[in-house]
Design a protein around this ligand. Structure first.
Ligand code: BEZ
Length: 329
């Protein structure tokens, strides 16, 4: 080969390497329903920053909070087509599509947030993520969570009897709707960003909510009775579009998987660490606080479990076993 030919081949190889690298560089987008000051959103920003650093500036992540890209059902559709790259989503919308995930919402599956944290890190929970590419068109990188669910209401509530007939705001998904239907309440599905106004204008009498959201979104300004029941855990899931994932190099998959998972774990730790302090903050706000334990919900729990044993296709039994292990740890 002549010198000139050799040079031409070398230049062509170099150009092809550069093109490949450039093609892999990506400006990712992640969607969330939580407001800009919520831990999930702040974590998405931290994850983006680290992704940019660790990829030496090759990848960037634009964060779209507060339903800017649509509600979770709409974001799931975008994830399935590849129009959206990533999401930090409540498990609620996933459970509407893959009912196995509804088992995480079994009432009183765990007793407290520490057990919820252990359950979400369990082998059983991790194994369920394997269902997602085929059934939902997304890759489940890992779980995080918000706080345990409580009831904030305009009038005092001590247990299921007092919730009967009340319009209670729920996150839009089946397992929680079944829970409040069994109680005899009128569950009213509303996404998180719509809740404050609905409470202010009397569209709902009560909220199914966690301590953190009650404080961060100031729901206590509009309802001053809090029933602490810890009746449900509230998982979040970090997902990547299956279509986008398929186009990533192994190296990028590894980077995203590792970084996103580490940030999701931090969310779990933050919620577990702040739960007691947030309970104190709410008590200090002079709300009327009552406490309700599993015993007053026994009837409702049995009916819910009978329904979801079948609906969740065996996942309820699996997660109940995992929850027992979490309680024993
Ligand atoms: C809710 O729908 O209640 C909710 C959603 C995301 C984070 C926290 C709460």
């Amino acid at each position: 080969m002549t010198f000139l030919k050799k040079m031409a081949v070398t230049v062509a190889i170099a150009a092809s390497i550069l093109t490949t690298t450039a093609a892999q560089a990506k400006d990712f987008r992640i969607g969330l329903i939580t407001p800009p000051n919520h831990i999930w959103t702040l974590t998405a920003q931290e994850f983006g920053k680290e992704l940019e650093e660790k990829s030496s500036g090759k990848h960037k992540l634009a964060v779209f909070p507060a339903q800017q890209l649509g509600n979770e059902a709409q974001m799931m559709q975008q994830l399935q087509t590849g129009a959206l790259d990533m999401g930090f989503l409540t498990l609620a919308e996933i459970s509407n599509r893959v009912p196995e995930f509804g088992a995480f919402y079994a009432p009183f599956l765990v007793d407290n947030i520490d057990q919820a944290a252990k359950l979400l890190k369990s082998e059983e929970a991790t194994k369920l993520l394997g269902e997602l590419p085929a059934k939902a068109g997304v890759v489940g990188v890992g779980y995080a969570m918000a706080g345990m669910r409580q009831v904030l209401s305009r009038s005092a509530v001590k247990g299921p009897e007092d919730i009967k007939g009340k319009k209670i705001r729920i996150t839009p998904f089946e397992p929680i709707k079944d829970f409040y239907n069994e109680i005899g309440a009128a569950p009213t599905p509303l996404p998180l960003p719509a809740v404050y106004d609905a409470l202010a204008n009397g569209q709902v009498d009560a909220l199914d909510m966690d301590f953190d959201s009650i404080l961060v979104l100031k729901f206590y300004e509009r309802a001053d009775n809090l029933m602490i029941s810890n009746h449900m855990m509230f998982p979040m899931i970090g997902v990547v579009s299956g279509k986008v994932w398929a186009q990533l190099s192994d190296e990028d998959k590894q980077l995203i998987q590792t970084l996103m998972k580490a940030h999701l774990d931090k969310v779990i730790e933050k919620f577990a660490a702040q739960e007691k302090d947030q309970e104190k903050q709410l008590r200090d706000l002079k709300l009327t606080v009552t406490e309700a334990d599993r015993a007053v919900f026994n009837d409702v729990v049995s009916k819910w479990e009978a329904m979801w044993k079948e609906k969740s296709k065996g996942a309820l039994d699996t997660l109940k076993q995992a929850a027992e292990k979490a309680k024993a740890q």
